[in-house]
Design a protein around this ligand. Structure first.
Ligand SMILES: Nc1ncnc2c1ncn2[C@@H]1O[C@H](COP(=O)(O)OP(=O)(O)OP(=O)(O)O)[C@@H](O)[C@H]1O
Ligand SMILES: [Mg+2]
Length: 216
């Protein structure tokens, strides 16, 4: 069964049509790459999928039911959205990685945190490192990890590698491959990076708010 199903989805802001008649089906475990020119509606589309924005027309189903039937907070835990500028809080890496557990009144899974840090080239000893002492790229990696400490079903990545150098990009890529390949998390990743587009297993291209290429 398809995990996400969009039928004729549109988004209108006042008189302006930002998305029009978007049909897209995504199965559980897929890795979908979304590309297209700046302003073509990529972020708007994924924000709608993430329930951060409401479509103005069409249907959107998640796990066989309309998105409108889900509690938005519960839904956003299942479908997690990461954008480019990461914000870390608290004092340490541990504060950030344990936060998703705290808000669910669950105990911190330190073993999982250490395994996840290893995916992105960080060590167990980094758990107690102050976030102000991390490099920009390390901050980005920790922010991404925070979103997957409690497995989401869908991880939406909105240009998360933009502005990162090759080494940091490679870490983020390896992390995403683990989450998709080992943990079966469905990935929807927006990118402008041609090397990421070239290796996409499933590419969807948007132009002027419409899907103009790739496989629906
Ligand atoms: N609330 C809004 N009101 C009016 N216009 C909007 C609104 N939100 C987005 N837009 C416009 O909709 C278009 C699509 O924006 P969106 O952020 O989805 O593009 P994008 O494909 O993600 O671009 P980029 O690659 O630059 O991130 C842009 O022209 C943007 O200015
Ligand atoms: Mg965007």
């Amino acid at each position: 069964m398809s995990l996400l199903e969009l039928k004729g989805v549109g988004y209108q802001a006042g008189e302006t049509t930002i998305l029009e008649d978007v049909d897209l089906t995504i199965n559980a475990g897929e890795w979908v790459t979304i590309a297209g020119p700046s302003g073509s509606g990529k972020s708007t589309l994924v924000r709608i999928i993430a329930s951060l924005l409401s479509r103005t027309s069409g249907e959107l189903n998640f796990a066989g039911k309309s998105i409108d039937t889900y509690d938005p907070i519960a839904y956003r835990r299942r479908v997690s959205y990461s954008f480019q500028q990461p914000t870390l809080f608290g004092e340490t890496v541990r504060d950030n990685l344990s936060f998703p557990y705290q808000i669910r009144q669950r105990s911190f899974d330190e073993q999982r945190a250490v395994a996840a840090l290893d995916y992105v080239g960080l060590a167990a000893s980094d758990l107690d490192k102050a976030v102000i002492d991390l490099s920009g790229g390390q901050r980005q990696r920790v922010a991404l990890l925070r979103n997957v400490m409690i497995y989401p079903e869908v991880l939406i990545l909105d240009e998360v590698t933009a502005g990162l150098d090759a080494e940091n990009k490679a870490f983020v890529w390896s992390m995403i491959r683990h989450f998709n390949g080992d943990d079966g998390i469905t990935i929807i990743a927006i990118t402008h990076d041609q090397s990421e587009i070239d290796v996409a297993t499933r590419l969807v291209t948007l132009t002027d708010g419409r899907i103009t290429g790739g496989t629906r």
